[in-house]
Write a protein that binds this ligand. Structure first.
Ligand SMILES: O=C(O)C1=C[C@@H](OP(=O)(O)O)[C@@H](O)[C@H](O)C1
Ligand SMILES: C=C(OP(=O)(O)O)C(=O)O
Length: 681
């Protein structure tokens, strides 16, 4: 996951390849709750691992369920069998509607029937998301509930014991969120079995007042209840639901969670926009999905996507281009429909998304957020209480997209990075900045990594920052810090000869055979991370420092084909989303077109002192004066040698960090970087 303040997406030009979806949020949290309420063990395969499921898992643990992750990745849940083990808990539920609403209903009923007191809270936005309709329904049933902040909103206190009146149908409004009905459907089997206050088993009837929105999510609830042994009857109008008398949760033993269909929407859109050569294949959902959001595929097809599908996969290519404008009632796909708003920028006319009032009470006011952010790109957008009209965009502007702690805003705006595919815009393509990219943690922590694995950019569009300078100037540390702040990769070019020597030696090659060693270079699986060098995922940093490795390095470095192969290898490090390259000739020889070049220096005295402290801390004896004399001699040699002398590139910014902390140097470099970027400040 990118834990950076922002993530810059360079212009992206194409897409192809296969993605494997994370588990469905809606299914994961329902399965967790149902398994937690059932008797015995449920083994959950492919559960989503994200903020929304973490809060549900933590809550169930607090309540006394035993959950543990097995070595094979399967989660074992041992449920409560409907009996509270903890009668008091304070549960923090983040911004997960699928945890807050269902747990409210389940714990209100359990507290009323078995006694107890539970407090449920979330992030500040959760305290602005309505829950009044559910609270009203539960209070009418007899559950004592206090709204601890504003009436009708979390945080909530659920108390008991209290007598429940189960004779009349339970009434719940369905026009603000379907999760209120879902919550009652998931919780009320607790009382349908009877036994509460000596009551006989009875049918529990739930009646929906007002138009029910987001119906496919209620269907997911009904399907999963059926898998846990509860067969709810519903009428044709989705107004009346009956949980039959005697219903009891019965774990199916093993449950497989499908891939998330809402998360699939970004990759379906990606295929429609950018897969003009080979398809984007999406594994985890398909025609046999129980999630309503698979119907996003129909909307994408209407806009021109060419889709083929199997039971649990989709393949999407570009069909019509530009995309076709759409006018759609999106009530059945409230989450995935946000993706259509960005696709609309690539359409041949205005696209209207209707019946989306619920967007206003989700992670943020999504109608306002989408309108505001689309306008930053230059788009014309109109909005109403429950609709959005987006016009196609010709003149794109570089924009820093505010994401409002809303995972879907972050994910769908990544699709704006394909603006270079708009006819006539190839040379004018602009990057897109996504602010606070880690908000994707709610449902898809690795979203951007997954995206980068299937998209292409032109190398010259991928930003590079070079940090060159003499030995012991602190290049490595600064490079790591800058790269970490930007989410960029690192190239530690100084270690390449040593790594090549070591790898060639390990492969049993003759180090005098230049051609053989050169052929090995492109196959090296190399990664630089936090000052460490990883070869085939093994940390070889210590081995690289050894004298024997130094000898191997000079042996392989003598061959021109090896030098050439290493040149290419360095260029290949220019990968999405960007690169910080540390060395001595990065800005002059390897990446002469780098957008920012830094030449890092420090006085010989400072560098000698740093090297001295480094050695002493590792228990290596050292003399300060000797180190300083060595460094001065080396500087003189470096500057005057004929083959690539150590020189700042003409367009490099010099940074003498003798008197700066690493933090201060990093801030300086990031400040320069901002001035090089096209985003408004
Ligand atoms: O029940 C569910 O799993 C969900 C229902 C939908 O909410 P609304 O019913 O509030 O539209 C959806 O937006 C949410 O992401 C998940
Ligand atoms: C609305 C959403 O989440 P929640 O489950 O919190 O309602 C969403 O994921 O888009």
């Amino acid at each position: 996951m990118y834990k950076t303040a922002y993530l810059d997406l360079p212009p992206l030009r194409g897409a192809a390849g296969t993605v494997s979806l994370p588990g469905s949020k809606s299914i994961s949290n329902r399965v967790l709750l149902l398994a937690g309420l059932s008797e015995g063990e449920t083994l959950v395969h492919d559960l989503l691992d994200s903020d929304d499921t973490k809060v549900m898992i933590a809550a169930l643990r607090e309540l006394g369920c035993e959950l543990h992750h097995r070595d094979d990745g399967v989660l074992s849940v041992i449920g409560l069998g409907g009996r509270l083990r903890q009668k008091q808990a304070q549960l923090f539920l983040g911004n997960a509607g699928t945890a807050m609403r269902p747990l409210t209903a389940a714990l209100a009923v359990l507290a009323a029937t078995q006694g107890g007191q539970f407090e449920l809270s979330g992030v500040p936005r959760m305290h602005e998301r309505p829950i009044g309709d559910l609270v009203d329904a539960l209070r009418a049933l007899g559950c004592p509930i206090d709204c601890l902040g504003q009436e009708g909103y979390p945080p909530l206190r659920l108390r008991g014991p209290a007598p429940l009146s189960l004779t009349a149908p339970v009434q719940v409004r369905g026009d603000v969120s379907s999760q209120f009905l879902t919550a009652l459907l998931l919780a009320l089997p607790l009382v349908a079995a009877g036994g509460v206050d000596g009551q006989a088993p009875r049918d529990i009837v739930i009646e929906v007042t007002g138009e029910l929105i987001s119906k496919p999510y209620v269907q997911i609830t009904l399907d999963l209840l059926a898998r846990f042994g509860v067969q709810v009857q519903r009428d044709a109008d989705w107004q009346r639901f009956v949980i039959p008398a005697g219903s009891r949760y019965a774990s199916p033993g093993v449950v497989h969670v499908e891939g998330d269909a809402s998360s699939a929407s970004y990759f379906v859109a990606l295929g429609a926009i950018a897969a003009d050569q080979a398809p984007v294949r999406i594994e985890g959902v398909g025609s046999s999905s129980v999630q309503g959001d698979v119907r996003f595929v129909e909307a994408a097809q209407a806009m021109g996507a060419a889709v083929t599908l199997g039971p649990n996969w989709l393949e999407v290519r570009r069909g019509a281009w530009p995309l076709r404008a759409l006018d759609l009632d999106c009530n059945h796909i409230p989450d995935a429909a946000m993706t259509l708003a960005v696709m609309a920028l690539y359409a041949d006319g205005p696209t209207v998304l209707r019946n989306i009032a619920s967007w206003r009470v989700k992670e943020t006011d999504r109608i306002a957020a989408m309108a505001t952010e689309l306008r930053k790109l230059g788009a014309e957008v109109e909005e109403g209480p429950d609709w959005l009209r987006v016009f196609p965009l010709q003149h794109w502007q570089p924009a820093a997209i505010h994401t409002y702690d809303d995972h879907r805003v972050a994910m769908c705006f990544s699709l704006a990075a394909f603006n270079g595919l708009v006819p006539g815009r190839s040379e004018e393509a602009v990057p897109v900045r996504i602010l606070d990219p880690q908000c994707v943690a709610k449902t898809f922590p690795d979203y951007f990594e997954t995206l980068f694995s299937v998209v292409q950019a032109r190398p010259q569009d991928i930003p590079v920052i070079t940090i060159d300078g003499p030995t012991a100037s602190g290049k490595g540390t600064l490079t790591d810090e800058v790269a970490r702040a930007l989410g960029y990769g690192v190239l530690d070019s100084g270690s390449l000869y040593r790594v090549t020597g070591l790898a060639a030696h390990r492969a049993g090659l003759d180090l005098n055979d230049g051609a053989a060693v050169a052929a090995l270079v492109p196959t090296l699986d190399l990664r630089f991370e936090e000052g460490r060098v990883l070869l085939d995922e093994e940390d070889v940093s210590n081995e690289l420092r050894q004298e024997a490795t130094g000898l191997m390095a000079s042996q392989v470095g003598a061959h021109p084909p090896v030098r050439q192969a290493l040149h290419q290898l360095q260029l290949d490090f220019r990968r999405l989303p960007g690169l910080v390259a540390d060395g001595r000739d990065m800005g002059t020889a390897i990446f002469p077109d780098a957008s920012l070049k830094v030449f890092l220096t420090a006085s010989a005295a400072t560098r000698a002192e740093r090297r001295f402290n480094q050695l002493i801390s590792k228990g290596v004896p050292a003399k300060l004066d000797d180190l300083r004399a060595d460094l001065e001699a080396r500087d003189a040699r470096d500057k005057t040698r004929s083959a690539s002398p150590l020189q700042a590139a003409a367009d490099a910014i010099e940074l003498d960090n003798s008197a700066h902390s690493v933090e201060a140097s990093k801030d300086l470099v990031l400040g320069w970087w901002q001035t090089k970027r096209p985003f408004p400040h």
